[in-house]
Design a protein around this ligand. Structure first.
Ligand SMILES: [Cu+2]
Length: 332
């Protein structure tokens, strides 16, 4: 697995002065690109404060891993094409959403959200799914595939199956359990993001995954708590460090059940919207976008000023119940 392959990305650019002095010189290996400069994307080191360390330890959830970690699978070549194999296991795990709230999750690979899977359009994707979670579960992927790979058939506890299909179309997709009641299976944590990169890569950026979810902690069919990447309030306690004047690419997914919509809003800035990640050019610029359950987008922005900036749904009850965070924009 070449996880975190994108922690630092490089791309040759034909100009100077892009991103306001953000370009660093480095050796160019291609002879036809001798005159060009390489732009490095810098991911600021996240030094976890004591509160964050304690919450990761006591909760059993790790929103830092969910943020910038991508699972590219085990890569091989078959008949001249790239095959990516992923091993996903449905599990059960009790997590601590806050000091007073234990919550039994149904999840993938002991994580909520599950790992962010990543492939390039046209790759063959092979998912070995086994269920060790005590109940029947399945994995239903968004994107295009034959009906037998649609993941609505229950896989019993102790059983396994393989989902295999071509990664298409490029965009931001998701996977989730599709066993009824789906609200409950998603609400308990059995979901993750599935990114299909376009054949021509997007420009280098600091890429961040933000998945909004709700927790019905008392089984009344309403959410009592909400979170980005699994753990309520976490990014308020541990702001996400990003670089000033550097392209930030957010992969945002709304996985909130029971509430029909949630918006996503950033403070003190505007973002470019690539709906469902299905285009290479943005369709609009705004600072708040409305998302139904399972809607997801790529949002791109840069922060010109250092400092801390909130992001949250503008349904403020959802934000105040845990779905809220901060970017900490640091100087270059
Ligand atoms: Cu399930």
């Amino acid at each position: 697995m070449d996880r975190q392959r994108r922690k630092i990305l490089g791309l040759s650019l034909g100009g100077i002065g892009l991103l306001g002095g953000a370009i660093a010189c480095s050796p160019i290996t291609f002879s036809d690109r001798k005159d060009k400069l390489e732009q490095k994307i810098i991911v600021p080191e996240m030094k976890l404060n004591e509160v964050a360390q304690e919450r990761i330890k006591s909760s059993g959830l790790n929103p830092i891993a969910a943020l910038r970690e991508f699972d590219y699978g085990k890569v091989s070549q078959e008949n001249g094409r790239t095959v990516r194999e992923f091993e996903l296991t449905a599990k059960t795990k009790t997590v601590k959403l806050d000091a007073a709230t234990d919550f039994i999750t149904w999840n993938v690979n002991d994580r909520v959200p599950g790992p962010t899977l990543r492939a390039t359009e046209g790759d063959r994707v092979r998912i070995a799914f086994s269920n060790q979670a005590g109940h029947s579960h399945s994995l239903h992927f968004h994107g295009e595939h034959p009906s037998e790979m649609d993941g609505i058939k229950p896989i019993r506890n102790g059983a396994a199956t393989i989902y295999e299909f071509d990664a298409k179309p490029y965009g931001v997709h998701l996977y989730h359990c599709h066993i009824e009641p789906v609200t409950r299976h998603i609400g308990k944590g059995l979901y993750g993001m599935f990114i299909v990169d376009p054949p021509t890569p997007r420009p280098p950026a600091d890429e961040i995954v933000l998945i909004m979810a709700g927790y019905d902690t008392n089984g009344d069919g309403r959410n009592e708590m909400y979170a980005f990447n699994g753990l309520p309030h976490f990014y308020m306690q541990q702001p996400i460090a990003v670089q000033q004047n550097q392209l930030l690419r957010l992969y945002v997914l709304n996985m909130i059940e029971f509430d029909p919509v949630a918006t996503f809003h950033v403070h003190a800035n505007m973002f470019q919207v690539f709906r469902t990640g299905r285009s290479m050019t943005p369709s609009e610029e705004t600072d708040v976008i409305t998302m139904g359950t399972a809607e997801r987008h790529i949002l791109e922005l840069k922060y010109a000023f250092t400092g801390k900036y909130m992001f949250h749904p503008h349904q403020d009850a959802i934000a105040e119940a845990g779905c809220m965070g901060l970017f900490d924009v640091v100087a270059r």
